[in-house]
Ligand binder design. Structure first.
Ligand SMILES: *Cc1c(COP(=O)(O)O)cnc(C)c1O
Length: 404
């Protein structure tokens, strides 16, 4: 039995890019807003409403501080999927002009790609920019793609499958010079690495609480305030909450938790990132000791806590199910692994077809310890060697799954 097994609770959670646990301090901050201070912030004439409104205002400040925004530039939503839809559809539909053109990147999250696809079906023109083998788009290609009819450039901040950090500032600069709106899905970056909407030059930005140790079901869209204001067509009709941009009673406990998560991230992001990067390097070095193991994504421009590897001759589903009592991680992205389709991100990077189903994403978080990473490295190495050995013998003598 593995030596380190005694020290860690199993299975070890290494799927923080799919979602993170709520920090206990976040839960504590949220609790009063369920049964005690349960008011609707839209209630104007009593203390319950006022208390709820104050809590939401406070969270808006905490979140704005994390990204260098003004509180009034934050619109609360149900999560990053909704924020991406509101940004992309809202901005494009509010845009004037007969023909509208959108530029996006092939490795975007489906929340962006499908929103763009919907607009294409409604007659918009779309340019999808490819990426190189390291997952990076070429800003020069983006620049060449801009047309007089371009209304929006949508480029994510950091990729959810590989952790690759895109050249956001260069893309933002192109957008600014050409007078085009720049939207970034920063769901994987906010709260993990420094993101500042002003230094980064972002006009619209989506992010979500549950990827940064906050609760699920609450997100934000940053909308730069400028003159003339950025036009955003609301995607929900209703009671005109959030300055008419997003109707629906606010998720007050969720928003309070999101605010707390933002303020914790502001304080702890730097030390967390340093620690997780050291652990990531250790884990990657250990995995790369095996032959035919490949690291995906740019080795420099990458999130400190995310590893994507392809392991030749080892199907990731087989490996993950075999390890499921010990390790909780994912093959590529959580969402695309449900469909069994090869990842559009890895495909766009030109990863050879034979490796597309042999890819693992190991994503650490604030609560990932050194012991857990040592354990994961040990378990993964053993499992890879074992599966390779078994699959290389003639099929008639292969071990049955039950003997795993
Ligand atoms: C998780 C994720 C989303 C979706 O966020 P939800 O809050 O779950 O809707 C969008 N974009 C990226 C890059 C993500 O990682």
């Amino acid at each position: 039995m593995e030596k380190s097994i005694l020290r860690v609770k199993l299975p070890v959670y290494l799927d923080n890019s799919a979602t993170t646990p709520c920090d206990p301090r976040v839960v504590e901050a949220m609790l009063p807003y369920f049964s005690l201070n349960f008011g609707n912030p839209a209630s104007r004439f009593h203390l319950y409403g006022w208390e709820a409104e104050e809590a939401v205002d406070n969270a808006r400040i905490q979140i704005a501080l994390l990204i260098g925004a003004k509180p009034a530039e934050i619109v609360f939503t149900s999560g990053a999927t909704e924020s991406c839809n509101l940004a992309v559809k809202g901005a494009v539909k509010a845009g004037t002009g007969h023909q509208k053109h959108i530029i996006t990147i092939a490795t975007e999250h489906k929340a962006v790609l499908e929103a763009v696809r919907d607009l294409k079906q409604e007659g918009c023109e779309v340019t999808e920019i490819g990426v190189n083998g390291r997952g990076m788009p070429d800003p020069a290609e983006i620049e060449q793609a801009v047309r007089p009819s371009t209304v929006l450039i949508a480029a994510m901040y950091a990729n959810n499958e590989t952790g690759v950090i895109l050249p956001v500032r260069e893309i933002a600069h192109i957008a600014k010079v050409r007078n085009v709106l720049f939207f970034s899905d920063a769901t994987q970056a906010v709260g993990k690495i420094p993101v500042d909407v002003n230094t980064d030059g972002i006009d619209l930005m989506a992010f979500t609480a549950h990827k940064m140790f906050g609760p699920k079901g609450v997100g934000a869209l940053y909308i730069r305030s400028k003159t003339p204001p950025i036009g955003i067509r609301p995607q929900l009709s209703g009671g005109h909450h959030e300055r008419g941009l997003r109707s629906g009673t606010l998720n007050v406990p969720g928003i309070v938790g999101f605010g707390k998560a933002a303020s914790l991230a502001r304080d702890e992001m730097k030390t967390d990132a340093e620690r997780l990067l050291a652990q990531r390097i250790k884990l990657e070095n250990s995995l790369l000791e095996l032959p035919l193991v490949f690291l995906n994504g740019d080795p420099q421009s990458r999130l400190p806590h995310v590893t994507s590897i392809s392991v030749s001759d080892v199907g990731s589903e087989q490996l993950l199910l075999y390890l499921s009592s010990k390790l909780a991680l994912s093959s590529g992205a959580a969402c695309s692994s449900a469909t069994h389709e090869p990842s559009h991100v890895l495909t766009a990077m030109g990863i050879p077809a034979g490796l597309l189903h042999c890819t693992l994403r190991i994503s650490q978080g604030r609560f990932t310890t050194r012991d857990q990473i040592d354990y994961a490295a040990e378990i993964l190495n053993k499992a890879i060697i074992k599966i390779r050995k078994e699959t290389s013998v003639p099929s008639s003598t292969r071990l049955q799954p039950s003997s795993f």
